[in-house]
Each structure stands twice: as C-alpha cells, then as structure tokens.
Design a protein around this ligand. Structure first.
Ligand SMILES: *Cc1c(COP(=O)(O)O)cnc(C)c1O
Length: 462
C-alpha cells in the first residue's frame, strides 16, 4: 500500500525557497559527474551511456536530490522516469551501440550509428509532420500543428527543451539535434496571423519541449497580443508543461517567477481561460514543499491546472499509484484530465502495456476515487485518426470485443461514436486492432485514407 503523505506546512515552504536552488543540469556527457550514480557499478553506468547515446538524456539536480529515492534505485519510479535503462533498446541495438562505444571515441561515427537506430524507432508517430502541419501558399507553417478543428498546437522556438527529459517521451526525436525532426517557431507573428484567420479555433495549446523553460518575456510576446479583439474567439490557452515536476521553482523562486504569475493573472482577468496542462506520472512528483507552493501560487493567479500522463510499465503500472495521484490532485485543486496509452515510438518496448491492462488499471483506479477524480478520460491512444479511448471489453452475439470511441478526431463527426475491435489481450496500439463483428474496416478508414492521400486535413478548416 502507498504510505499516507503528511500535509506540507507553509513554514517549511518559506524556509525552503528562501535559499533558492540553482538550476543545474546533466546530459549524457556528464553521467560520470552525477555523484548519486556512484552507488551503481561501472557496468551499470556504461549501460546508461549506451542508451543515452541513442535516446535523449537530461536530468537536473532537483530531480536527483528531491524526487528520486536512491535507496530504491533502480526500481524507483522517478529514477526510471529520467535515467536510461538497458531495456529501452532492443538487445541487438543495445549490443551494436555498446560495441561502437567500446571501439571508438569519434563523435561522428557514434552519431551516425545512433541515427541509424533512431530512424527505426518511429520518430514521428501519428503522421504529425505529413498531416498536421498547415500550409500557406504551399509552404508549411513551421511550429504549428492543426489536427483538430478547435485546437491549434504551437511549438515556440525558445521552448523546445525541457528541464529534464522523460525517458519515454514521444517527442524524443526533437531533442537529438536533428533539425528536420524539430517542430519549432520563433515567430509570434505567424502564429497570431494564423489564429486571427480561423475563427473556428477556440483553443491554443502551447507545447514543446516545455514552454515553461522560456523566459517570461517570451511568453508575454506570445500571449499578451491575444487580448486584442481579433482574438476574441481564442477562449482557452493551454500550456503543456512538466515544470511542476521537474522545476517547480519556475513559479516560486526564479528571477522572473513573479512576472510570470502576474502575466497569467492578467490573462485570466481579461477573460481568457488559462489551463496549465501539468504532466505528472507519479504522486511522488507532487510531494515536495516547493511543488505544493508552486501549485498554490498558480491557483491563486486564477489558472486551472489539469493533469495528464501516459500509463507506463516500470513507473505507474499500478491502479493504486493512479488512485493515490488523482486523490492528491483533487485535494490540491488540480483536475485530472487524460490517461494516455504509451505511444508507438522511441523506448515504447520498455514502457508499453497491453491495452487490456491499461483499461484494467484505469478502471480499478477510477473505482478508488470519488466522482471529483473521475474527470479523467482514457486510456486514450493519440493515433493518426484521432484520440481513441478504450471504453472496455464486452461481448456481442458471442464475440468478445473492445469497445472504442474517439475522444477527439480529424473529422469532428467521428467523435463519440462507439466502434468495436476484436478482443486481443496482447495488442498495445490501434494499428494492431482488427474490426469486429465481421466488418472489414473501421468506420473511419476510407475517409482517413483519403485524407492521407490528399494530405488535406489541417487545411480543411477554412
Ligand atoms: C490531444 C491533442 C489536442 C487537444 O485535444 P483535446 O481533446 O481538446 O484535449 C490537440 N491537438 C493534438 C495534435 C492533440 O494530440
């Protein structure tokens, strides 16, 4: 059973942030400099380096010193969340990379071998580049994805990194230095032009990386113009961020923390809904005094904090971890929003669980929270056609099926229409599911094929 956590007292918080911590980060070249890792064997550290030369690695001192329980390493969930593990690569790829590292120090050879492995790890799941990036005069508008009618995703150029990297991140390809694989945009103007033009857009979702690594000045440049009347249709601005977990000091003791809180407050007072989409994978990320102080400062500014996370083997594959996390979130005034299925990219082999298991964890966790925690939807696969939720397992005319529905879709008409797949206890992603009840295709397939052929979906929102 999960231990009961003590309530955090205000005095401890004040004491904590009167001695501000400095942000200090370690990447793959500095693995040997991380004091805490010295408790591991040389062989274990080498394994980490092998994986960290293929998948992005970055961790900061706050995570190392305050979130990881080093007594429980390697099983500690936060250790698993940020430190590379051997099983994240296939045995072949691991051995290959290990032998490259043993035989050379030449960066270009190492990088070339790493790239070959990376390209086999499906760096761009769900047709993100081909179908989501809108065009103007046949030129793609960089830094914008527009998949669902109401919501535009924006990748600000200064926000394409995070305070630490999650080992399972589906955006991992952005962090390995390949410019082709990066979504980013330094121009606020292009974003504003696009938003002003399409009145069907009600939500702007600023994402990354982590937009909260940006200085407040940059956020001001993106956000404040949206208070002008031509943006009245933009009702909600969401910021997707892992900063509450990895660097809650962003809201408490950074140089421009107060400025940030003032900006958020100003947007809220002017009538916008500001939603912080906080990424929490485990309740352990929510228990330090500084994160609780950050949450209370954010809430006092009038923003709403919603939470989301994928279900991950080795980190949170346990209904009690989710139930405890959701109860704590409700207590702290956060709104549980999405439980995702680990996507079909990067280190999925290490983190994925069968869809059946995902549904069981969701259901059991939901049974252990009150109605206020049941705002969370899922388990949801963010796939090419849309977000597909596993609603459950049922039997129709003697055939065992998965009941599915779109929570969000490229064509809004697909949303909330139940559909059925053959029950498969091993399937881990939508592309492994087959239509049930004698159907040849899922109901959306023809239309989706046509969108892929014409590559039209983002431009369909005139
Ligand atoms: C999840 C997601 C959104 C937001 O969808 P909501 O259902 O409104 O939360 C927008 N764009 C993309 C590409 C997404 O994956």
């Amino acid at each position: 059973m999960t231990p009961v956590l003590p309530l955090i007292r205000k005095q401890t918080v004040a004491a904590y942030y009167n001695v501000p911590e400095h942000f200090q980060v370690y990447t793959e070249r500095q693995i040997d400099k991380i004091e805490a890792l010295k408790q591991l064997s040389e062989a274990q550290r080498f394994e980490m380096k092998v994986v960290a030369n293929v998948l992005p690695f970055r961790v900061n001192k706050y995570v190392i010193e305050h979130l990881i329980d080093w007594q429980k390493v390697p099983d500690d969930p936060i250790f698993q969340l940020v430190f590379p593990q051997k099983g994240m690569l296939s045995p072949n790829d691991f051995e290959h990379m290990a032998s490259v590292l043993r035989s050379t120090n030449d960066r270009s050879i190492i990088v070339q071998n790493a790239n070959e492995i990376r390209h086999r790890l499906n760096p761009h799941p769900a047709e993100q580049q081909s179908l989501n990036v809108p065009c103007e005069d046949n030129e793609p508008i960089e830094g914008i994805q527009h998949k669902y009618r109401e919501t535009v995703l924006f990748f600000p150029g200064q926000g394409q990194v995070c305070h630490s990297f999650c080992s399972f991140c589906f955006r991992w390809a952005q962090f390995i230095g390949d410019k082709n694989l990066r979504f980013s945009n330094t121009e606020a103007e292009k974003l504003h032009q696009y938003l002003a033009r399409y009145k069907s857009i009600s939500d702007l979702l600023i994402t990354g990386g982590d937009p909260m690594v940006m200085k407040t000045d940059h956020l001001v440049a993106y956000l404040e113009p949206l208070l002008r009347p031509e943006f009245d249709h933009i009702q909600t601005i969401r910021v997707g961020t892992k900063s509450l977990s990895f660097w809650p000091h962003r809201y408490v003791s950074d140089e421009d923390s107060n400025q940030l809180i003032i900006l958020l407050e100003k947007m809220v007072k002017a009538g916008k809904h500001i939603a912080i989409m906080a990424h929490f994978n485990h309740w352990r990320e929510m228990v330090t005094p500084v994160v609780q102080e950050a949450i209370s400062r954010l809430r006092a500014s009038g923003v709403v904090i919603r939470t989301q996370s994928p279900l991950l083997n080795h980190i949170n594959n346990d209904p009690e971890v989710w139930a405890y996390m959701w109860r704590e979130q409700v207590r702290l005034g956060l709104v549980p929003y999405y439980m995702f299925v680990e996507r079909d990219t990067g280190a999925r082999r290490y983190f994925e669980v069968p869809l059946l298991r995902a549904w069981q964890v969701y259901r059991e966790a939901l049974q252990r929270v009150s109605g206020l925690g049941r705002t969370v939807r899922g388990p949801s696969m963010s796939a090419g056609p849309g977000k597909v939720e596993i609603q459950g397992v049922s039997e129709i005319n003697g055939e065992k099926v998965f009941v599915l529905r779109f929570l969000q879709a490229r064509n809004p008409n697909w949303v909330q229409q139940p559909f059925f797949a053959q029950f498969d206890p091993e399937a881990t992603w939508l592309d492994q599911l087959k239509p049930a009840l004698g159907e040849e295709k899922f109901f959306f397939q023809d239309e989706y094929d046509a969108m892929q052929k014409k590559q039209t979906s983002p431009r369909a929102y005139e």
